[in-house]
Design a protein around this ligand. Structure first.
Ligand SMILES: Cc1cc2nc3c(=O)[nH]c(=O)nc-3n(C[C@H](O)[C@H](O)[C@H](O)COP(=O)(O)OP(=O)(O)OC[C@H]3O[C@@H](n4cnc5c(N)ncnc54)[C@H](O)[C@@H]3O)c2cc1C
Length: 311
C-alpha cells in the first residue's frame, strides 16, 4: 500500500521525467508497455495484435497539458492517428484524455478539440473512448459526455467508470439509462478514502456488481481488467444469463498478460488491447509499476544484468 502510494506520488512529479526519459534502462522497460514514440510505431504494433484477432485502442500518451498549442498538437496527432488507422485498415479505435485536450486551461477549447477528433472518427465509422482521470475530473468528464458529446455523437463516443470510486454505481445507472458505451476499470490514481474504497476487496466487489449490471443492461461494455477471477466470473455470468460473447468485450493493457489476451480470443471472446504510444510515457509507466510492484523487480533485474555486463 505504502509502495503503491509512493509510486503514484512519483507519477505526478514532472521534474523526475526529464531524468528518467534520458535513462536507457527505463526506456527499455517502457518498451514493454508502450508501443513506441511515433504514430508509425504505434500503427505497426497493431499488425501483430490484429493478426491474432485482437482489436486495439490507440492512446497518445500525455495528460494535463499547459498550453493551447500543446493541446492542439495532441488533437492533430489523434486526427493523424485516425487517418493512419483508416489507411492501413487496422482494427483500432482511439482513447483520449480530456486534460490532454486542454480541460485545465479552458473547457471550451477542450470541447472543440474533442469535437474535431470525434467528428473524424465518426466519418470513418470509428470510435473515441474518453479515458477517466483523477476524481477531480469525474464530474466534468461525465457532464461533458452527458450534455455534449453523447447527444452530438451517440455511440461514436464512450466513457470509462472506475470501480474504486464510491460514486460509481450511481454513475453507472445513469450511463446505462443513457445507452452509453462504458468501459469499466478498477481505477489507477491515488485517491482519498472518502472518495475511493481504500480496501482492494471493496474495489473488486464493486467491480463485479457494476460488471454484472453492464453485462445485463449495458451497450457493448468493455470489461477492462487482467483479474482472472473477475474474468472467469464475467464468462460464467454471461453464459448463465444468455449474454452472447458478441455483446461485450474484454480489454487489457499492451504488454500485460498477453497469454490471457490470446487465450480469451482463441476461446471466442472479443478482446481489445489498449496501446499507448508517444514520448510522455513516464506517468503511465509509474501507474503500471504501482499496480504490480513485482514490475520493479523486473526493472531492477535489468539494471543488475546491465551493470554486470558492463563490469
Ligand atoms: C483497457 C484498459 C483501460 C484502462 N483505462 C483506464 C482509465 O481510463 N482510467 C483509469 O483510472 N484506469 C484505467 N485502466 C487501469 C485500471 O484502472 C487498473 O489500474 C489496471 O487495469 C489494473 O487493474 P486490474 O483490473 O488488472 O486488476 P488488479 O487487481 O490490479 O490486477 C489483477 C492482476 O492483473 C495483473 N496485472 C495488473 N496490472 C499489471 C501490470 N501493470 N503489470 C503486470 N501485471 C499486471 C497481475 O497479474 C494482477 O495480479 C485501464 C485498464 C485497462 C485494462
Amino acid at each position: 500500500m505504502v509502495l503503491r502510494a509512493a509510486l503514484l506520488w512519483l507519477s505526478e512529479q514532472r521534474g523526475i521525467f526529464s531524468f528518467i526519459r534520458g535513462n536507457r534502462l527505463a526506456r527499455r522497460f517502457a518498451a514493454r508497455f508502450v508501443a513506441g514514440e511515433t504514430v508509425e510505431a504505434a500503427v505497426a504494433a497493431l499488425a501483430e495484435l490484429n493478426a491474432a484477432g485482437i482489436s486495439a485502442s490507440l492512446d497518445l500518451l500525455g495528460e494535463s497539458v499547459t498550453s493551447a498549442a500543446e493541446a492542439g498538437a495532441a488533437r492533430d496527432t489523434y486526427r493523424e492517428t485516425l487517418d493512419r488507422i483508416r489507411q492501413t485498415g487496422a482494427d483500432s479505435n482511439v482513447s483520449v484524455k480530456l486534460t490532454q485536450m486542454g480541460l485545465d486551461l479552458d473547457e471550451r477549447l477542450c470541447v472543440e478539440n474533442m469535437r474535431a477528433i470525434i467528428a473524424k472518427a465518426r466519418s470513418y465509422g470509428s470510435f473515441v473512448r474518453i479515458d477517466m482521470e483523477q476524481s477531480a475530473y469525474t464530474d466534468t468528464t461525465l457532464r461533458l459526455f452527458r450534455r455534449t458529446f453523447h447527444p452530438e455523437f451517440g455511440s461514436t463516443v464512450g466513457v470509462v467508470l472506475q470501480s474504486y470510486l464510491r460514486r460509481t454505481q450511481q454513475d453507472l445507472e445513469e450511463m446505462i439509462a443513457l445507452g452509453a458505451r462504458v468501459r469499466l476499470c478498477k481505477g489507477a490514481y491515488k485517491e482519498p478514502p472518502d472518495v475511493a474504497f481504500p480496501d482492494k476487496r471493496d474495489v473488486d466487489a464493486n467491480y463485479v456488481r457494476c460488471m454484472e449490471r453492464l453485462l445485463e443492461r449495458g451497450n457493448y461494455p468493455g470489461i477492462a481488467t487482467h483479474d482472472t477471477k473477475i474474468i472467469a466470473h464475467a464468462k460464467d455470468f454471461a453464459r448463465r444469463g444468455g449474454v452472447a460473447p458478441q455483446r461485450f468485450e474484454f480489454q487489457m493493457l499492451y504488454g500485460v498478460r498477453r497469454d490471457l489476451q490470446q487465450g480469451l480470443r482463441r476461446a471466442g471472446y472479443n478482446v481489445r488491447v489498449y496501446v499507448p504510444f508517444g514520448s510522455h510515457w513516464y506517468p503511465y509507466l509509474m501507474r503500471r509499476l504501482a499496480e504490480r510492484p513485482a514490475n520493479i523487480a523486473f526493472l531492477l533485474g535489468n539494471v543488475v544484468r546491465e551493470s554486470l555486463r558492463r563490469s
